[in-house]
Structures are given as C-alpha cells and as structure tokens.
Ligand binder design. Sequence first.
Ligand code: ZN
Length: 103
Amino acid sequence: MLKSSLFSGLLAKKITKENPDFGKVINYRKILTRSAYLKKHPTVQTEDGIACCDCGELDIKEWGLLKRDDIKRVHSCNFCGQLLFRTIDRMPANDDDELAELQ
Ligand SMILES: [Zn+2]
C-alpha cells in the first residue's frame, strides 16, 4: 500500500492577518439592506439619490466590506459617518433574493 503524504503539508495555510475589519463581518448582517433602509426611512429617497437618514446628507460613501472590490458593499454617510445600508454587488436579478429574505 502506497502511503500518500500529499495530503499533509499541502493544506493551504490561510493567512490570518489581524484584520481590523473583522468586526464589520459580524455586524454586516445587522446592517439594513438598501430596500429595508428605504422602507424604514421613506423620505431618504430623493431625486438626487439616497440621503443619510441621520443628517440628510447626500454624500454617501460606498466601500467593500473587507476589500476594495468586495461584492459586499457597505454604504455610510460621508458627513456624519452613520452606517446606512448594505448592498450586494451582483446581478440585479438577484435583488429579489434580498427582498424575499426580508419577508
Ligand atoms: Zn449623515
């Protein structure tokens, strides 16, 4: 019987850098989806875009949750820093999934 030693040692070591963003992953699910945010704050939808529910600022900053091009997008107010809502950067058709998730 041949003993394969391939298995051991080849396991990719995941780089577990200390990541200050880690807390964001945990909190991510607590952030409202865009549709939930709009539902909760009907007045934030303006013709110029979505405004901050806290200060009314239209300058909303969008960033990737863990990395710049993360499909998990978090939107926060560029003025007061309030976390506003999250989106998934994927096919628009999947928007319904988010809605279904909420109902
Ligand atoms: Zn604000």
